[in-house]
Design a binder for this molecule. Structure first.
Ligand code: GLN
Length: 490
């Protein structure tokens, strides 16, 4: 075979499986072997269960030979960010407070993947409770960027992105509250999609900021991301914010848009904010590519962009302070051993002090502050109003153009340790991604080149519930370039 199985795309593999040229057991074994040979360096996984993955693969092969496959995901390994509940598996959120917690049920997206025969493969590292941009906030250790082991993989879905890039899984699920799928996808040279808020059920996703969180697909090709989105999207009565719409094939609707001459907008506020000019070159070339394809390119303005980071860090921390109140040392795993017997509040305080890391504490404190009665109007309420203005900016821009092109991040992956002591600097690496969460719109990051050997991502932002348009725009670029077949040297 011309290429190792673990580096083939899900679309190629599902054809090979269908033709009987490979089995899911062979494929899963190849991913397991690859993980064992590189994960001591990449450290993308918090844990995995080899026997369980092979058991699922065997069941897939048997099903295929007896009754036919359940769909394109049948038999394909999908890595799971350690923030999603899988019945009987550890769910740590890369936090000490959940270090021994085992999930008693399946998240809806997991249940759907099981129904489609996907092979659930491992628990992927992340920033603690998805708070961070580098996976350095994990209590489970550092993940490295497969393109340069001294660099971060991005975050918070850094384990998911690194595992896909390193061939330790074929596909992965991530979650994105302010860029956590798109930014690590861009740092690791893969494709990642944050769906429209409401597209994918959040049931069984450990909540960080409920009005911003979305689960989404990560893969090495645009088609793979379309297939995985198809697998997890849809209404769920257990998540009242999930959108009630008929499910469609994203792959088919994406393909039916091929060749369309898109109107693409360049938000001028984003292009003024790139700190690393060499990272802009691939973005500019990508814009040129679309122009040559016959797309109309036009500058647009998103005037409230400058307020996005502040707005996000008020709303996200406020919601986090409330969501994380449940980790009290009583209902979940970590309980302090020493506490004042006469004072139950002391159990909470001690357990939380020991169980949460620095960044989580910082956010809980900040969130509690912005929600406190004297400051609610000045911070939280104002942030909610600004959020509406930010959403309106996008809706206005989409009156003129079909989608927006931007860098995913101000620069490529940075070296470990360079931003971890400076939270503000770290927060600024989300400057291009967080607005999409505030506005609830879909966003995709696509590899579009390199800066000093490190991958650069092009972000495509689109209209609410028009994921197929983002996919179709991305597909045109992917078809004309070879990034999906370029892999790190490990
Ligand atoms: N980096 C952002 C944060 O730290 C976004 C995280 C995310 O999307 N989960 O909040």
């Amino acid at each position: 075979m011309s290429q190792e199985l673990y580096y083939k795309t899900a679309s190629e593999l599902s054809e090979l499986l269908e033709k009987g040229e490979v089995s899911s057991v062979e494929l899963t074994q190849s991913v397991i072997d690859r993980t064992k040979s590189v994960d001591d360096r990449v450290r993308a996984f918090n844990s995995f269960d080899e026997a369980d993955a092979l058991f699922q693969a065997e069941a897939s092969d048997k099903r295929r030979s007896e009754n036919g496959a359940l769909g394109p995901l049948d038999g394909i390994p999908v890595g799971i960010k350690d923030v999603l509940a899988v019945d009987g598996q550890p769910l740590t959120c890369s936090s000490k407070i959940l270090e021994n917690f085992v999930s008693p049920y399946d998240a809806t997206c997991i249940q759907k993947l099981k129904q489609q025969g996907a092979v659930l493969w491992g628990r992927l590292n992340m920033d603690e409770f998805a708070m961070g941009s580098s996976t350095e906030n994990s209590a489970m250790g550092l993940t490295s960027n497969p393109w340069n082991l001294d660099c971060v993989p991005g975050g918070s879905s850094g384990g998911s992105a690194a595992a896909v890039a390193a061939g330790e899984t074929i596909l992965a699920l991530g979650s994105d509250t302010g860029g956590s799928i798109r930014q690590p996808a861009s740092y690791c040279g893969i494709v990642g999609l944050k769906p429209t808020y409401g597209r994918v059920s959040r049931y069984g996703l450990a909540a960080f900021a409920s009005s911003l969180d979305q689960v989404g697909p990560m893969g090495r090709s645009v088609a793979d991301v379309a297939i995985l989105l198809q697998g997890i999207a849809g209404h769920d009565e257990r998540d009242s914010t999930s959108y009630d719409s008929e499910t469609r094939s994203y792959l088919e609707s994406m393909n039916s848009l091929e060749g369309k001459k898109w109107k693409l907008g360049l938000p001028k506020e984003y292009f003024a904010n790139v700190s690393d000019p060499s990272a802009m070159e691939p973005i500019e070339k990508a814009v040129e590519f679309y122009k040559n394809l016959g797309c109309e390119i036009q500058e647009v303005s998103l005037p409230h962009t400058e307020y996005a980071v502040a707005t996000y860090y008020i709303i996200a921390t406020a919601e986090a302070s409330s969501n994380l109140a449940r980790y009290d040392g009583i209902r979940y795993t970590h309980r302090a051993e020493k506490f004042d017997d006469k004072d139950s509040v002391d159990i909470y305080c001690q357990s939380r002090a020991e169980g949460f890391g620095e960044e989580v504490k910082r956010r809980v404190i900040l969130g509690t502050y912005v929600l406190s009665s004297g400051y609610y109007d000045a911070y939280y309420l104002k942030a909610q109003k600004t959020r509406t203005l930010i959403r309106q900016d996008f809706l206005n821009a989409f009156e003129e153009v079909d989608a927006l092109l931007t860098p995913t991040s101000p620069g490529p992956a940075f070296k470990k340790g360079t931003k971890s002591d400076d939270p503000l600097e770290m927060y600024l690496s989300d400057i291009f991604t967080i607005s999409a969460n505030l506005a609830g719109i879909p966003g995709l990051s696509l590899p579009c080149g390199y800066s000093d050997g490190m991958p650069i991502g092009l972000q495509i932002l689109g209209k609410p519930f028009k994921e197929e348009e983002l996919l179709a725009i991305a597909q045109e670029f992917e078809d004309a370039h070879d990034y999906k077949n370029q892999h790190p040297n490990l």
